[in-house]
Write a protein that binds this ligand. Structure first.
Ligand SMILES: N[C@@H](CCC(=O)N[C@@H](CS)C(=O)NCC(=O)O)C(=O)O
Length: 213
């Protein structure tokens, strides 16, 4: 089978809409002009077929012909190899892109996600505030000095870092003008807007199906 397929859920509640991680892969395909289709697995009833594709029962996962991948970061790097619009081909530019993709996941999202989850509880203060502040302050320093993370141009590293940093609670945690301008710049791209609108429409269609059943 050939062609790109991205899997997401059939439906999610309102809160995560616009932030579900299939958006990262949709966005990358839009940036690169790669045609793709979107298929679904049920959120409510995760079956063995879902776990066969994603061992943690999560989404997204991706198929590209004979290649199957789970983990949004792995999917982005795979798409990066398919298009220079996402990842430069020169060794230094490619290495910088890889480095910042891993940093987005393993140094920034590694803190933002548990911080966000802890914040859902009523207990204050959030014990991870200091850890998050440190990471965001260092990113502010980086973004004060440059427009893009790698190779002086947009890459898949910016897509991922901006997606991690655009969480509303994270944006509201302190005043970091360079980070705010970066998030606005990267998410102002037409490819993001298209991917975001498509995800919102996808889950709205899921509402309609649920209303009928
Ligand atoms: N590290 C994974 C995280 C995937 C993830 O958290 N997916 C969410 C949707 S955005 C999910 O499926 N959550 C349901 C669950 O964890 O059971 C990736 O980046 O692909």
């Amino acid at each position: 089978m050939s062609g790109l397929t991205i899997w997401t859920y059939d439906w999610v509640p309102d809160m995560p809409r616009g932030f579900v991680r299939d958006l990262r892969l949709r966005w990358a395909c839009e940036e690169a002009g790669l045609p793709y289709e979107v298929r679904t697995v049920p959120l409510a009833d995760k079956g063995p077929d879902h776990f066969a594709h994603q061992p943690f029962g999560q989404i997204p996962f991706l198929r590209d012909g004979e290649v199957e991948l789970f983990e949004s970061g792995a999917g982005l790097l795979h798409l990066g190899r398919k298009s220079q619009a996402l990842m430069p081909r020169d060794p230094a530019g490619e290495a910088a892109t890889l480095q910042w993709v891993v940093a987005a996941l393993n140094s920034v999202e590694m803190v933002t996600v548990p911080w966000w989850f802890l914040g859902l509880s009523d207990r204050a203060p959030n014990g991870l505030d200091g850890w998050l502040k440190g990471r965001l302050d260092h990113m502010e320093g980086v973004l004060n000095a440059r427009e893009w993370l790698a190779a002086d141009r947009f890459t898949v590293a910016d897509l991922l870092m901006a997606d991690v940093l655009r969480i509303p609670q994270v944006r509201a945690f302190g005043d970091r003008p360079a980070t705010e301008a970066y998030v606005a710049r990267v998410t102002g791209r037409p490819a993001f807007r298209k991917a975001h609108a498509d995800q919102m429409a996808h889950f709205a269609a899921g509402d309609a199906v649920r209303a009928e059943t």
